[in-house]
Design a binder for this molecule. Sequence first.
Ligand SMILES: Nc1ncnc2c1ncn2[C@@H]1O[C@H](COP(=O)(O)OP(=O)(O)OP(=O)(O)O)[C@@H](O)[C@H]1O
Ligand SMILES: [Mg+2]
Length: 288
Amino acid sequence: MPVIELRGIKREYRMEAKQGARIKGSKNAVSGKNADSSRNAVVVRALRGIDFSARKGEFVSVMGPSGSGKSTLMNILGCLDKPSAGTYTLDGIETSKSDSDTFAYIRNRKIGFVFQSFNLLARTTALENVELPLFYRRREKQSSMEAAEKRQSAQERKERAAKALGDVGLRERMDHFPSQLSGGQQQRVAIARAMVNDPAFILADEPTGNLDSGMTLEIMGLFQELNRQGKTIIMVTHEPELAAYTRRIITLRDGELVSDQLVKETRSAMDDLAQWKNEHSLLAEGDA
Ligand SMILES: Nc1ncnc2c1ncn2[C@@H]1O[C@H](COP(=O)(O)OP(=O)(O)OP(=O)(O)O)[C@@H](O)[C@H]1O
Ligand SMILES: [Mg+2]
């Protein structure tokens, strides 16, 4: 059974534009008369029938030019938005049919988000940041799903968060605040936070967009390691060099999935990091 299954996913944004106003030329914008004759309804077809599925343990990058629908697709995959048509089944749950409580439950429990900007709370230690999703879990409304789960004690929460930080190599930095961590370390905290609930998959949106080359390779190496351990990862990226560290690349264009390819020889980020460090230390010696 696939972790993610999208069938015929469409997303249309409907916008009202005053008649006479120029509608900025998006290729997939369709205009037509609305009932109210003083206005034109403009429909932007951001996704035009996407079929995609991913099995457990896959590492997929989502590519495509600006405006092709990547963010729209990510929002749907992340249960932040619902499609206009089509079905999205996540871990066996048909999300499109779920009520808003269940939808929020799925988002909090089944998906681990990693953003370009880390999104850590500044006055909160690494450990507390990673504990956060476990708090939300406690506050969830009593539902049949939650009733089946054991409540976690504060001690259990701490241990779980500490273990997640250990998994990303930050056991020694648990009590640091984000400002006391490098960008790469902050992104590690965010990855630990994404994993602490043991989600069905990790959804990463340009996760290395704010990092220098060395840290980028470290984070890609960490994703590869987590993927080796069986984690399913979906990552949006603009950069083919980063997609080369994943195992499958899907490409969107004008709201359609135009290619879906396995990466023949996935590069090793750790090997590339070793080489990068080597070159760097040679440069540093040269400077001395
Ligand atoms: N809230 C919205 N209302 C109306 N149109 C939207 C909205 N969000 C996105 N669109 C349109 O949908 C299409 C896809 O946008 P989307 O943001 O998904 O592209 P993208 O691939 O993420 O682009 P980028 O690489 O620039 O982030 C674009 O034509 C965009 O203008
Ligand atoms: Mg985008």
